[in-house]
Design a binder for this molecule. Structure first.
Ligand SMILES: O=c1[nH]cnc2c1ncn2[C@@H]1O[C@H](CO)[C@@H](O)[C@H]1O
Ligand SMILES: [Zn+2]
Length: 362
């Protein structure tokens, strides 16, 4: 018998998450406790409940720039070994409790140097936290693997250094590189040397592109920088025309993205909050899925969007009428697109994802 498609069963489904920010996924209570511990007095609210509401409402700004301002408060409480480790441990525990079996979680080490830690130390503490979280999840009967992505901020000038940091930690749990931050005015080609370095080292990277800004950003990320995946990439729809009879025509760039199976890390709730799309009904997720782009479902920032992987999937089910087989396809898309070695991706698909959905499909 097919399992009902509700939140309870969605939590049991094996899920894969490729786009999740460590500093966008803190528990509200942890923000409050760490602020008290480290003497940060600028929090906009006091209790966990008030903070949860504040983050969600402040992030609901309709502008990527205003949305990003909320990160000042989470980054502020992630400056110490204790803070970094705790946030990473809880991230792994929360994702595992939600049924995520593989996740790539990203953060920008350069934003965590305020109390004198080095870039290497910051990464070491976060990786130690992930390992602790994986172990405590295992003790609860939940198996999760977390790969870490290191992000460089696109308005800053440390991308080459962060790319080198990524490669230095490639055998210790860091699986890739990314650039994030405000998109307009900071094209990916500003960081070309970082991407060239990554390619020289046979190392993987993704680029936030086509979220707040349109096709030129996606084109640069692919044609100049050689990105493996697109962070968001929703604006690829600017290169797709839908005729009056529903007939769809893809432009050169949209065709290239689809032909090359370039994964789209789509983040439905986040896209509505930043104004990249007006509402979920108008989100191009379904259009792209029907056109057989390699679409994946992601959370982006669980705190700011008050969401989880299961809830993002439920929102898509409710909006577009997806069934378990669709969700399995999106999950396999994500697993195929992960930055860990091919044999390990395949093992997770064959041994965890397919058997997990087989039970739900019935
Ligand atoms: O959706 C997004 N678009 C662009 N940048 C983002 C998004 N979400 C978070 N960050 C930025 O990435 C940094 C490292 O994790 C965060 O501090 C935030 O500034
Ligand atoms: Zn993001």
């Amino acid at each position: 018998m097919t399992a009902p498609l509700d939140l309870d069963y969605l939590r049991r489904a094996p899920k894969v998450l490729l786009h999740d920010h460590l500093d966008g996924g803190l528990r509200p209570g942890t923000v409050a406790e760490l602020a008290a511990e480290c003497g940060y007095t600028e929090l906009p609210a006091e209790t966990a409940d008030e903070l949860a509401t504040w983050f969600r409402e402040a992030a609901d700004s309709g502008s990527l720039e205003l949305y990003l301002e909320t990160f000042a408060h989470t980054v502020a409480v992630m400056q110490t070994p204790v803070g970094l480790r705790r946030v990473a441990r809880e991230c792994a525990e929360d994702l595992a409790a939600d049924g995520v079996v593989y996740a790539e979680v990203r953060f920008a080490p350069e934003q965590h140097l305020e109390s004198g830690l080095s870039l290497d130390e910051v990464v070491e503490h976060v990786l130690a936290g992930f390992r602790e979280g994986e172990e405590s999840a295992r003790a609860q009967g939940r198996e999760i693997r977390i790969g870490c992505l290191l992000t460089a901020m696109r308005h800053a000038a440390r991308s080459r250094e962060i790319a080198e940091l990524t490669v230095r930690f490639r055998d210790r749990g860091v699986v890739g590189f990314d650039i994030a931050g405000a998109e307009a005015g900071y094209p990916p080609s500003r960081h070309l040397d970082a991407f060239e370095y990554m390619r020289t080292c046979n190392a993987h990277f993704t680029i936030h592109a086509g979220e707040a800004f349109g096709l030129p950003s996606i084109h640069e990320a692919i044609a100049f920088c050689g990105t493996d995946r697109l962070g968001h990439g929703v604006r690829i729809t600017d290169d797709i025309t839908v005729g009056p009879d529903g007939e769809m025509t893809l432009g050169l760039l949209a065709n290239y993205v689809r032909d090359k199976r370039i994964p789209l890390e789509l983040c439905p709730s986040s896209n509505v909050q930043t104004g990249a799309v007006a509402n979920l009904e108008e989100h191009p997720f379904d259009l792209l899925a029907r056109l057989r782009f390699r679409v994946t479902v992601n959370t982006d920032n669980r705190l700011m969007s008050d969401t989880t992987m299961s809830r993002e999937m439920l929102a898509l089910v409710n909006t577009f009428g997806y069934g378990w087989s669709d969700l399995e396809r999106f999950t396999i898309n994500a697993m195929k697109s992960a930055f860990i070695p091919f044999d390990q991706r395949l093992a997770l698909i064959d041994e965890v994802i397919k058997p997990g959905y087989a039970v739900l499909i019935g």
